[in-house]
Design a protein around this ligand. Sequence first.
Ligand code: GUN
Length: 282
Amino acid sequence: MSVTIDGKSLAAKLRGELKEKVSRFAAEKGEIGLAVVLVGEDPASQVYVRNKIKACEEAGIRSFSYHLPAESRQADVEALVGELAASEKVDGILVQLPLPKHLDERKILALIPAEKDVDGFCAENVGNLAMHRETIVACTPFGVMKMLEAYGIDPKGKRAVVLGRSNIVGKPMAMLLVNADATVTVCHSKTSGLKEVCAQADILVVAIGRAKFVTADMVKQGAVVIDVGMDRDENGKLCGDVDFENVKEKASYITPVPGGVGPMTITMLLYNTYIAAIRRRS
Ligand code: GUN
């Protein structure tokens, strides 16, 4: 049997603390602002963006929300991001991904100044993470590290396996774990002997985007299992990348879906926005 890591409660606690800090900052220096840009009608993105805006309001951070049509031209999206980059009211800019296929994502994200890049996606912020002088760190992996810390799980000396190599989760997650003195392996869909590699992990972070992909035979007895997935099972029910019911019998700690990593991701976005405001305005 395992301990279920309660991301929802931890997120609520951290957001409560943050709300007080935001309020103190605002009283002295003025409101903190986050601009959120959504292009198109992707249903999942719409839900994520709505949740981010709601969380901002609850934390006392002002949100500026922009919803552009799916057929927007590259120049229009670039013009908006350029305006937000120059705006004194905006401390952080988040362009929700994925963008519609016809848009050049790289060019659009490049218009976000590093100091307003609250997603931690730009080359400067990623480079700083790689060099272990973290500035702004991608929200989901940052949230995972906070969860480990809160539960007294120190990655130092542990064998960590990250399943997934995306720029948003897998790669920054691996760097954070290396920086925390873990021995890290990054796996993906083309890794040979994937099951065996996963089964060696003391800490297994799964971000492969396939419902219940990680089964109990891929997990070492007593492993810490972190599920970043947000999928639907065969009945359309929300689930993660890990077969929770079976894996929980083997793991020492495990995150549920929902109520695990998800709430922490948004919490770290709020935190990154607060940090960006402090840096920009001090
Ligand atoms: N799409 C999925 N996750 C994220 C995220 O963390 N940030 C942004 N901007 N888009 C996403």
